[in-house]
Design a protein around this ligand. Structure first.
Ligand SMILES: Nc1ncnc2c1ncn2[C@@H]1O[C@H](COP(=O)(O)OP(=O)(O)O)[C@@H](O)[C@H]1O
Ligand SMILES: N[C@@H](CCC(=O)OP(=O)(O)O)C(=O)O
Length: 380
């Protein structure tokens, strides 16, 4: 019996990388299975309805390839062939479960070491998010020989999170999160809900590698969390087959392990936002939006905008105030210039493109581009 994880609040985020490993995508016979993927695809869709962006890092190509061929094939070149065979079935599995179009992105170490290719990968991923596709990233196993391998998809997910400037790394596992010892083999193993820092002692808790299908297991998840924390991205480990844990995430609650970011980047960014010169522009918002900003740390959506004052460009620093009066609630960088913002004020985010003929994202001011002022700042 494994002990359950307590529920805890999870810092709100706007763009996340969700990593799903082979063990969650295969059935008992090692074939590609739909059950867990369906619940996780549902989670991706709910995040999208909430106006958040998600990229998927999905394993399962080798397992899917193995499911198609009889006999054992474990050498490098055989795994590469299995990955090539299984890549399309893995992608089709996801495409059958989400409404948005899925986009296949295969990366290798070389792509990320070369600055031009790194920037190209970054631009493509951002464009895919902008047009509403679901990027599904996997290692390009077919060309990645051992010394050029990124290694495993947990570490790849941390690299992708940094690449797209995500503010959360969500790693689904086949167990509840990190335990003090192996969850099924060690009867004394207890849940670890929060890890402040990945020390050698914490690494020792993760024993052995993954099962026969994956390459990761818990130790690569901790390595990935450590990389993400250094890039100021928090990591949440949760059970990818526990419906309650999955649904909790849509309310920014975690049943699993949280590894917080180191925090320096956020502090520096908030400082910078606080001191960026104003453009003179004012965005007035209704009470619901004011509450969402202060209580839930949400981005400002066009639906909450009541009126706009002043002439400003996209990316200008504006004051966010109540609908009446001059009380300043926040300041932030706008995604739309004043004339466009006037036209989308009060509208739903999904109407933006129809009204303006283009789309700069769901938000008027993204969470990471905003700093709360006065009493509201005390909450977030
Ligand atoms: N301390 C630990 N806490 C949790 N899981 C651990 C620990 N040590 C080893 N493990 C193993 O790691 C597995 C989690 O990785 P898993 O989700 O299978 O990986 P992948 O995503 O690579 O398929 C657990 O099921 C367990 O077998
Ligand atoms: N690229 C491989 C997965 C490698 C991997 O890291 O697997 P896992 O440990 O299950 O996340 C594949 O698609 O099968």
């Amino acid at each position: 019996m494994t002990f359950p994880f307590p529920e805890q609040p999870l810092p709100t985020w706007r763009r996340a990388v969700l990593k799903v490993g082979s063990s969650l995508l295969t059935d008992g016979k090692g074939r590609l299975g739909k059950r867990n993927a369906a619940a996780l695809a549902g989670l991706v869709s709910r995040f999208r309805d909430q106006g958040r962006e998600v990229l998927l890092v999905s394993s399962g190509a080798v397992a899917a390839g193995r499911g198609l061929m009889a006999g054992k094939r474990n050498g490098l070149v055989q795994r590469q062939a299995l990955a090539a065979l299984g890549q399309t079935p893995m992608l089709s599995l996801w495409q059958g479960l989400v409404e948005q179009p899925v986009a296949q992105v295969l990366l290798s170490h070389d792509d990320l070491r070369n600055r031009r290719r790194y920037l190209n990968a970054q631009a493509t991923l951002r464009e895919l998010l902008r047009i509403g596709a679901l990027p599904i990233v996997n290692e390009n196993d077919t060309v990645a020989v051992d010394e050029l391998k990124l290694g495993d998809n947990d570490n790849l997910a941390a690299v992708v999170a940094t690449l797209v400037d995500a503010d959360m790394l969500l790693i689904a596992t086949d167990t509840g999160g990190l335990y003090t010892g192996h969850p099924t083999r060690d009867p004394d193993a207890r849940p670890v809900p929060r890890v402040k820092e990945i020390t050698p002692g914490i690494m020792r808790m993760a024993q052995g590698g993954a099962g026969t299908l994956g390459t990761g297991g818990m130790s690569t998840k901790l390595e990935a969390a450590s990389k993400a924390a250094a890039a100021d991205i928090g990591t949440a480990l949760f059970c990818g087959h526990d419906e309650v844990a999955i649904s909790a995430l849509t309310h920014d609650r975690l049943r699993g392990t949280f590894i917080p970011p180191h925090g320096d980047r956020l502090v520096a960014r908030k400082m910078w936002l606080r001191h960026t010169p104003p453009s003179g522009g004012v965005v007035r918002i209704d009470d619901g939006a004011a509450e969402a900003l202060a209580e839930r740390g949400a981005s400002l959506l066009p639906g909450g905008v009541v009126s706009v004052e002043g002439d400003f460009n996209c990316s200008a620093m504006v004051d966010v105030t109540c609908a009446q009066g001059r009380k300043r609630l926040a300041r932030g960088l706008v995604q739309y210039q004043s004339a466009d913002l006037q036209r989308i004020a009060g509208r739903h985010s999904r109407e933006i493109e129809a009204v303006l003929g283009f789309h700069n994202g769901h938000s008027v001011i993204r969470r990471e581009d905003m700093v709360l002022l006065g009493a509201a700042a005390a909450v977030h």
